[in-house]
Design a protein around this ligand. Structure first.
Ligand code: SF4
Length: 609
């Protein structure tokens, strides 16, 4: 096969057995890879009612045909599993260098199943793979584990590991690769911990075989050329200031979530946004494999109580640990970010849980006797300490580790958790971004922006502009965008490049560039229409899985704050999210019933019957 390696590595932790399977060419063509392979294998092998932290659950770690190639941002993989935070699926994706190394070692995917009787790690050395004892690694941070694994295996090996949070099954523990890159959302790290799997080290020196090297090279040069031309005189803001530059857009539109989504503008935004980060703490930008953008941040806090170094913060972290907790101290939130990376925590859900706790405390629904400290908006020291306690499940951290929804429900106020399907929102208030509300509510993993990020067209005009306050036009746009994101995640690409350079807005946002690169790599002869249909197939398959897990229309919703409490101030003042008006038309556009169930005709058209 070309583009694909043609091989799947299956790791049965219960029996300590590793086997190799051929990748079926039909499955490869129909699902592309990454997120597509994830849901294909999950539906086939993991009962939707299984205990996410039990041995029946599996984790599918899958690359795409473009992962490990010279395609711009061909750096990514997707970890798919049943989430211990939400009970839905999670298909968390990450970049860095681990995914390309996995592909170069000759594997399209690793399927992890069962549960090891004692801690182990997986060492993949090209075609050879073995499980090794990891008792000596248990309790180590992600950075310590990365150092030790590379010392024990190969100095150039790349790793994906859990920290103490994953070992303790914190429900939003992340799987961290290359030290600071996270398959962060909805608890992949906790599933690893429950399986006694500390991590994976991989070394691969092969090259991805291309079906038509000349066509691939031409497409690659053309799309990289577009990027170069556009950024020749103005370097991309993401390289200059990282994703934290996004604060400028969200603050000015009044959708920068502040104090648990009570407001949409933060008075301290200038102290925590991208340019301030660049000026105060940036050491250098950092790129993932084959990426011309380099949005990553290597940072250092040179002095003071939060002295340290690491990577981040990204925009979502600045919102979650910053404005949403009322924290305007960049050093404190950056330190909390470092702790999340080292302990192995999702920064978004960490911030969501702390913000929720701060509001519960303010309302008297949590007391100092329960929390062990006063929880006040803007308290950076409390933010850092609560993050540490959560990663170690110490004291009140043990409750935070259950996530914002379980915490709020325990205090009798589940409506104060800013979640969809139990997953904490990303950094955009849906009252001032109507499409984002629909995207959160219908995302198969819950409150994520990365399952079809409407901020591109609602805030940035990319690839087409849409009024962030209008709701009538959003259902078809969101459905289309969600399918395009499935394709990006299946191909092994990063959204940041793809949405600007690899889709054609004039052709109804058609993924023309992605199709050209896929064809050069695989020789599959896809048309853009077929690639779009695969995106739709992936999204519908994910929908079928969560329906079987008990989710439905009742869960395609948002908290009362977003639906009923008008935004108190700013450009979105007076608005609520018009989700109910959007949901029916969205279901119709999707070919789903009024209850949000794909019709037989739709499933037949997608080959899902
Ligand atoms: S744009 Fe950023 S996240 Fe995407 S591949 Fe490049 S460095 Fe990685």
């Amino acid at each position: 096969m070309y583009g694909w390696c043609g091989r799947i590595l299956r790791v049965d932790l219960t029996r300590g057995r590793i086997t190799t399977e051929a990748l079926d060419p039909g499955i490869a063509r129909d699902w592309i890879g990454g997120r597509g392979f994830g849901i294909h294998y999950l539906r086939r092998e993991v009962p939707p009612a299984c205990d996410p932290l039990g041995p029946e659950n599996k984790v599918v770690l899958a690359t795409g045909p473009l992962t490990g190639t010279a395609a711009p941002t061909g750096a990514r993989y997707v970890a798919t599993t049943r989430s211990p935070l939400t009970g839905a699926i999670t298909c968390s994706n990450s970049g860095g260098f681990f995914p390309a190394e996995l592909k170069k070692s000759g594997w399209d995917a690793v399927i992890v199943e069962g549960s090891a009787p004692a801690p182990v790690y997986l060492w993949i050395d090209g075609e050879r793979a073995e499980l090794r004892p990891a008792g000596h690694l248990w309790g180590k941070t992600t950075h310590e584990t990365d150092d030790l694994l590379r010392a024990e295996t190969h100095a150039e090996a790349k790793t994906a590991v859990i920290g103490p949070a994953g070992e303790r099954r914190v429900r939003f523990a992340a799987l961290m690769n290359d030290r600071d890159r996270a398959a962060g959302r909805a608890g992949v790290g906790a599933v690893f911990g429950a399986k006694n799997l500390k991590g994976i080290a991989v070394r691969g020196e092969g090259e991805v075989a291309l079906a038509d090297p000349a066509a691939f090279k031409a497409a690659n040069a053309a799309y990289r050329g577009r990027f170069k031309e556009k950024t020749r005189d103005n370097p991309p803001p993401l390289r200059l200031h990282g994703t934290a530059i996004t604060v400028v857009g969200t603050q000015s539109h009044g959708v920068f979530p502040t104090r648990n989504f009570r407001e949409g503008q933060f008075e301290g935004w200038e102290a925590i946004y991208g340019e301030t980060l660049t000026r105060k703490y940036l050491v250098r930008p950092k790129a993932c494999f084959s990426c011309p953008i380099a949005c990553g941040r290597v940072t250092r806090i040179p002095e003071g109580p939060y002295r340290g170094e690491g990577e981040g913060p990204e925009y979502e972290t600045v919102y979650a640990l910053g404005s949403n907790c009322g924290v305007g101290d960049l050093a404190a939130l950056t330190k909390a970010n470092y702790l999340c990376n080292e302990l192995g925590l999702d920064t978004i859900s960490m911030g969501g849980a702390i913000a929720c706790a701060m509001e519960l405390f303010e309302r008297g629904l949590l007391t100092e006797a329960e929390t062990g400290m006063a929880l006040r908006w803007g308290d950076g020291a409390a933010l850092v300490e609560l993050t540490r306690r959560t990663g170690l499940r110490e004291g009140f951290g043990d409750l935070l580790a259950e996530g914002s929804l379980r915490l709020a429900a325990r205090c009798g106020a589940p409506e104060l958790a800013m979640v969809a399907k139990g997953l904490d929102f990303a950094g955009y208030d849906p009252r001032g971004e109507q499409g984002m509300g629909l995207a959160y509510a219908t995302s198969p993993i819950g409150g994520s922006h990365m399952r079809g990020d409407p901020a591109y067209f609602e805030l940035l005009g990319v690839p087409v502009a849409a009024d962030p306050h209008s709701w009538e036009d959003k259902p078809p746009l969101i459905a289309k965008w969600q399918d395009v994101f499935c394709v990006i995640d299946a191909a092994g690409l990063c959204v940041f490049f793809s949405v600007r350079y690899l889709v054609e807005p004039d052709l109804m946002i058609r993924p023309v560039g992605i199709t050209e690169l896929l064809n050069g790599a695989t020789g599959a002869g896809y048309t853009p229409e077929e690639v779009e249909r695969i995106g739709e197939r992936i999204f519908n398959a994910e929908r079928l899985y969560i329906l079987a897990a008990g989710f439905g229309r009742k869960d395609d919703t948002l908290p009362p704050r977003i639906l009923k409490e008008p935004m108190p101030s700013g450009p979105a003042k007076g608005l609520v999210c018009r989700l109910e008006e959007m949901l029916g038309p969205y279901y119709r556009v999707r070919g789903w019933s009024a209850e949000g169930v794909p019709t037989r005709e739709k499933l037949a058209s997608l080959g899902l019957l």
